[in-house]
Design a binder for this molecule. Structure first.
Ligand SMILES: [Zn+2]
Length: 414
């Protein structure tokens, strides 16, 4: 008799633990399919979105990369005019991505593994701690779950806040982990090379750098704890049980234009209920506006993956060109050459909408027009879909190094 109440108390606890552990998505056996769609694309795309676990390149309707559970592979393939298997087993690829290593003080070895969010914040603090006379930790508002959007401000011989701004954002899409590492590498290089490298010193003395490696912290944490392929923030909406806004479809410029984002809360590109209604977006908008009103912003780069593109405005209109379109093309072209000069990695360049796909409420349209930024770019980093978002750890260093060469080239020509 005494055992019964004891076990009836214990059982829910045991079950509770089991349920918690089961929350993380197990991608073993899942495949990545590259689909070519035929006629009546919108209808087919909606059916595919229902069946797929994730659409990896939402918006690119004529060629979709999707993650599909084993049981749905045949059904999804049947909807497409043509399909090829990009990844046989997503679970196996995730193992190649490597273990997250425990934290070590900033050194080049940081860029040989992926890291937890907590360790990323500690990395920034330790890096800043080594260069207290020309850097400080900054924040730009906070996330839905109350995490500060944290970055680092770096300045040169003219003193803090004396030069035009260069602004880098990373990890607006949670699953794009290579962008976190790349943006951190920019800060690492600028600070650690300042005293020894004349090129770096000239750049740091010419600009105030505002560098934000993770602007979607809630989504990033969720991509580590629950679903490696999560994209959006973690904001709820009363009309749906689906979670998350696409922060890069939420910027308050041309947000209302149809066709470049989704009004369905379950979609990977859900734009939100109103322009700028994601708290993360509000923090970033305030940051851009503040830098615009201070010394102006010379260069803005929003780092994403994957596809190997350098894109500039506009996303919302495929026919419109920025006033300085030719200069933006020239800078992008030189950056692409610098990247391929390091590693042979080839980038495609062009205005965003006509080169990749239509996007509304995106960062670079806002920074170009409202932020009055001279040069606004989106980088889509490695690769072209073989690994996609889950780029193996042994490609981190090659990626950050080649991208650094591209960014230096842009800064020298800006
Ligand atoms: Zn992205």
């Amino acid at each position: 008799m005494k055992l019964l109440p004891f076990s009836s108390l214990l059982l829910p606890l045991v079950l509770g633990i089991v349920v918690l552990r089961a929350e993380k998505v197990d991608y073993n056996g899942y495949k990545v399919l590259r689909l070519s769609l035929g006629e009546s694309v919108a209808d087919i795309e909606a059916q595919i979105e229902e069946l797929a676990a994730h659409v990896l390149n939402p918006g690119r309707a004529e060629r979709l990369d999707v993650v599909v559970a084993p049981d749905n592979v045949d059904a999804v393939a049947a909807l497409a005019a043509d399909s090829t298997v990009l990844t046989e087993d997503v679970g196996a690829v995730l193992e190649e991505e490597g273990e997250m290593t425990t934290y070590a003080v900033p050194s080049e070895t940081w860029f040989t593994a992926y890291h937890s969010y907590t360790d990323h914040i500690q990395f920034l603090r330790d890096l800043q701690g080594g260069f207290t006379s020309n850097s400080e930790i900054i924040t730009a508002g906070s996330s839905v779950q109350g995490r500060a959007l944290t970055g680092i401000h770096i300045w040169g011989s003219g003193g803090k806040g004396s030069k035009p701004a260069v602004l880098f954002h990373g990890t607006v899409h949670a699953r794009e982990w290579i962008s976190t590492m790349t943006v951190e590498y920019m800060a690492y290089q600028l600070l650690t090379k300042y005293s020894s490298d004349a090129t770096v010193r000239a750049l740091v003395d010419s600009y105030d750098f505002y560098i934000m490696p993770v602007v979607n912290p809630d989504g990033f944490v969720y991509s580590q704890t629950n679903d490696r392929l999560w994209r959006k923030n973690r904001q709820t909406v009363s009309s749906s049980s689906c979670v998350g806004r696409d922060i890069n479809r939420n910027w308050p410029y041309k947000w209302e234009v149809p066709g470049g984002a989704s009004t369905n809360p379950c979609s990977e590109t859900y734009k939100g209920v109103a322009a700028g209604d994601a708290p993360e977006n509000q923090g970033l908008v305030a940051q851009v506006n503040q830098l615009r009103d201070a010394r102006g912003i010379r260069l803005y780069i929003d780092f994403h993956s994957y596809g190997q593109y350098i894109l500039w405005p506009y996303g919302y209109d495929c026919n419109l060109r920025a006033e300085n379109d030719a200069e933006m093309r020239s800078l992008a072209s030189q950056a692409a050459s610098a990247i391929s000069g390091v590693s042979g990695t080839r980038y495609t360049i062009g205005p965003a909408c006509s080169t990749l796909y239509a996007t509304t409420g995106d960062s670079t349209d806002y920074t170009d027009v409202v932020g009055n930024v001279t040069y606004s770019y989106t980088y889509e980093l490695r690769d072209q879909g073989n690994y996609g978002f889950t780029l193996p750890a042994n490609q981190i260093q090659p990626t950050v190094r080649e991208t650094w060469a591209g960014v230096v080239s842009m800064l020298q020509n800006a």
